[in-house]
Design a binder for this molecule. Structure first.
Ligand code: THU
Length: 149
């Protein structure tokens, strides 16, 4: 991601007020979440990434009995995208069912995603039955991400 400081504003919006593209991305993340493999935490997460050609690639979290090999939904989606030739991300959605908070991407996922965002990109975070949506951005979630360039 471009390292000039460009922290976008953040808001909580009604799903029904979002544009069609954002709603479509959220729906794809909700669908991907259904495939989550979570025998240890029982906490399903879904993610979807809009890539440069406009298509959407989804992913879910995949846990492992050795725990540390577990991969988050966001990185599953990102790896699917990159390994199919889609290395420019335009928007991300994340879905988790937490009562009191939004399931925002973990620190590792923030850094991983930032590698493939040329500029700041929107991040939509909501629940499987989306009502209120946290509309934030990658640079807001991870200002000063590490970048070797
Ligand atoms: N998890 C994600 O998939 N994405 C996040 O943003 C946060 C955490 C997963 C990892 C693990 O399978 C489960 O949620 C509980 O930490």
């Amino acid at each position: 991601m471009n390292h000039e400081i460009n922290v976008q504003s953040e808001s909580v919006q009604d799903y029904s007020d979002l544009n069609e593209e954002a709603q479509e991305l959220i729906k794809a993340a909700i669908e991907a979440r259904e495939f989550a493999y979570v025998p240890y935490s029982n906490f399903k997460v879904g993610s979807a990434i809009r890539v440069a050609d406009g298509s959407i690639i989804g992913g879910c979290n995949i846990e492992n009995s050795a725990y540390s090999p577990t991969i988050c939904a966001e990185r599953t989606a990102a790896c699917k995208a990159i390994s199919t030739g889609n290395n420019e991300f335009k928007a991300v959605a994340v879905i988790g069912l937490q009562e009191k908070s939004f399931t925002t991407p973990c620190g590792v996922c923030r850094q991983f995603l930032s590698e493939f965002a040329k500029e700041d990109i929107p991040v939509y975070v909501t629940k499987p039955e989306p009502e209120r949506v946290l509309v934030t951005s990658l640079s807001r979630l991870l200002p000063h991400s590490f970048n070797l360039n």
